[in-house]
Design a protein around this ligand. Structure first.
Ligand SMILES: [Zn+2]
Length: 296
């Protein structure tokens, strides 16, 4: 791990000092929107990232993702899942004047539940293997380990934001949908898929007393059926984990993102935003973009 970090930092320094990061900002990012994807970052990491991002681009809301550009790079800050520790980020968002979008699981936040891969009963389960099973098979496998998605967990195992946390964050955060229970949608049957997409919208609207218009595909997995279900439910965008920038020509139901990692250094963040590290990953996978396995 130490060797990999050293390699990353060296690569990042080359990208920054040779002017590659700046050149890509003026050539590729200019007039476009980079959606930055986090999950559960530490406040001190996010503080450094936001300070850096504000120095190189305008930070805008998800509602402006398809708006025409003003000649400057733009970024949207998004966080997936609705982790309880996201509340600790609130002073950082307020300090930087940034209103992020947090895509939450509506049947986990505000409940005594945990995200399935974080539950102690799922400890030791092969998460990547479970993701490839059908939804019913995954739930049966987890059930055998003692996990019930609509059950209750003890207070120390609750992984999502509580109602009190949600309410304290509401003036400073756009809460949007990331399904109800975080299944892999493409492994759900039609009914499960539709319910996860449409019921989560209603549940979030009840939670926040405002419209829920945006959706992030769990694990970045989606297809035509999922896009149709989003449109049918009344969403206006769907964020994928496909890599790249967005502009007014981007399909709003296939928004691209940069999964920069919760613990990246500022240099590695800068390198990430050139798209080069993800392009190298693409080459390593023999040109198979579908092989990119984003982390939840
Ligand atoms: Zn997720």
């Amino acid at each position: 791990m130490a060797a990999r970090n050293l390699l990353r930092e060296s690569f990042a320094k080359v990208v920054i000092h040779c002017g590659i990061a700046k050149a890509i900002r003026s050539l590729l990012w200019r007039d476009r929107v980079a959606i930055i994807l986090y999950h559960d970052p530490l406040p001190e990491v996010l503080d450094q990232h936001l300070a850096y991002l504000k120095s190189i681009c305008d930070i805008v809301s998800i509602d402006q993702v398809n708006a025409p550009g003003n000649g400057r790079p733009r970024a949207v800050i998004t966080l997936d899942d609705g982790h309880a520790r996201n509340e600790k980020l609130l002073p950082i968002f307020i300090k930087h004047g940034v209103k992020p979008t947090i895509y939450i699981c509506s049947a986990i936040v505000g409940h005594a539940r945990s995200h399935w891969w974080l539950d102690p009963s799922a400890k030791g389960a092969e998460v990547e293997r479970l993701k490839r099973l059908t939804n019913k098979e995954r739930l049966a496998a987890l059930g055998a380990l003692g996990y019930q998605q609509d059950g209750q967990t003890s207070p120390e195992n609750v992984s999502g934001l509580s109602m009190a946390q949600l309410e304290s964050m509401l003036p400073y955060v756009n809460f949007e949908s990331h399904t109800r229970f975080h299944p892999i949608l493409t492994r759900c049957d039609d009914r499960e898929c539709t319910d996860e997409i449409s019921i989560s919208k209603r549940e979030i609207e009840e939670l926040i007393s405002a419209p829920c218009r945006h959706f992030a595909y769990t694990n970045g997995n989606y297809g035509k059926r999922e896009i149709a279900a989003l449109k049918q439910a009344g969403y206006t965008t769907g964020r994928t984990c496909d890599v790249g920038w967005n502009d007014e020509r981007t399909d709003p139901f296939r928004l691209k993102a940069f999964d920069v990692g919760d613990d990246s250094s500022v240099s590695w963040l800068a390198a990430h935003l050139t798209g080069i590290p993800l392009y190298l990953r693409y080459l390593r996978q023999s040109g198979n973009w579908k092989g990119h396995k984003p982390q939840f």
